[in-house]
Design a binder for this molecule. Structure first.
Ligand code: OGA
Ligand code: MN
Length: 233
C-alpha cells in the first residue's frame, strides 16, 4: 500500500530574531542623533523606553538590586593603577563590574556594541572596546565634579550612563549636572536618573557631577575606549 501523500509543510520562519529585536533599540536615526550631540555640545541624552527595551531594563534593574542587597557592590575608587585611591570626599558610590555573562548582560553588550560601531562609523573615533559597571548611590552619596579621562591618554573616549530608577523626582536629588566644555563653570544640562534614560558625553571634555541623592539611585556606566588593554592613569 502506498503511503498517503502529505501536504507540503511550510515551515514557519520567525520574522523577528532576538538579534533583530535588539537592533531596533539603537536604530540608525538614533545613532545619528547620538553622534550629532557628541560633535555639537559634546553631550546628549535620550530616553530608551518601549517594547524593545523594557524587558532589558527590567533585567538590569533586577541584577543591580540583587547585587546591592547581597552586598556585592564595592566602594568605588578614583583613578587607576598606582594612582588608584578611595576618596569619600569626592565619590561615595558602590560599583560592580559587568562581564557580559548573564543573558541580560549579553543583550546589553550587543546594544553597546551597536553604539560603539555606530559612533565609529559616524565620528571615526576608533573606539575598540567598552567596559561597564553598575553603580549604586545610597542616600547622602554623591560624585563631585570630575571628568572621566585625562586628555591625551587615549583611554576613555565616550562615556555612557544608563539610569535604572522607577519614577525619579527632582526632589529625590541625584541629578547629573553637565558643565559646558567651553566654560567648565557653566551648567549646560541637568539629567534626572529616570529608568531608560541614557546620557552620552565626551569623556575627556565634559565635567559633570552627581548631586547628593536622597533615595537609593541605581545606574550603569559604560566607557568606550581606544586602547586594547587599560593604560594605567
Ligand atoms: C561616573 C559618573 C554619572 C551618573 O560614574 O563617572 O559620572 O550620573 N556617573 O551616574
Ligand atoms: Mn563620571
Amino acid at each position: 500500500m502506498n503511503a498517503p501523500v502529505l501536504p507540503e509543510v511550510v515551515p514557519l520562519i520567525p520574522t523577528v530574531s532576538p538579534l533583530a529585536a535588539d537592533y531596533r533599540v539603537v536604530d540608525e536615526i538614533c545613532l545619528d542623533e547620538l553622534a550629532a550631540g557628541l560633535t555639537g555640545s559634546g553631550w546628549v541624552s535620550r530616553d530608551f523606553r518601549g517594547l524593545q527595551t523594557d524587558e532589558l531594563l527590567a533585567g538590569l534593574q533586577s541584577e543591580v538590586s540583587v547585587l546591592h542587597h547581597n552586598n556585592a557592590m564595592k566602594m568605588a575608587g578614583i583613578g587607576r593603577g598606582a594612582g588608584a585611591a578611595r576618596d569619600p570626599s569626592i565619590r561615595r558610590d558602590r560599583i560592580a563590574w559587568l562581564q557580559g555573562e548573564t543573558p541580560t548582560q549579553a543583550r546589553l553588550f550587543r546594544c553597546l556594541e551597536q553604539i560603539r560601531e555606530g559612533l565609529n562609523q559616524r565620528l571615526f573615533l576608533g573606539l575598540r572596546r567598552f567596559e561597564c559597571h553598575y553603580a549604586t548611590y545610597e542616600p547622602g552619596a554623591f560624585y563631585r565634579k570630575h571628568i572621566d579621562s585625562f586628555r591625551g591618554r587615549a583611554s576613555r573616549v565616550v562615556s555612557l550612563v544608563l539610569y535604572l530608577n522607577d519614577d525619579w523626582l527632582a526632589a529625590d536629588g541625584g541629578a547629573l549636572q553637565i558643565f559646558s566644555r567651553a566654560n567648565s563653570n557653566e551648567i549646560c544640562g541637568t539629567v534626572l536618573p529616570t529608568l531608560g534614560r541614557v546620557v552620552l558625553f565626551m569623556s575627556e571634555e565634559i565635567p559633570h557631577e552627581v548631586l547628593t541623592v536622597r533615595r537609593t539611585r541605581h545606574s550603569l556606566a559604560c566607557w568606550f575606549r581606544q586602547d586594547e588593554v587599560p593604560i594605567p592613569l
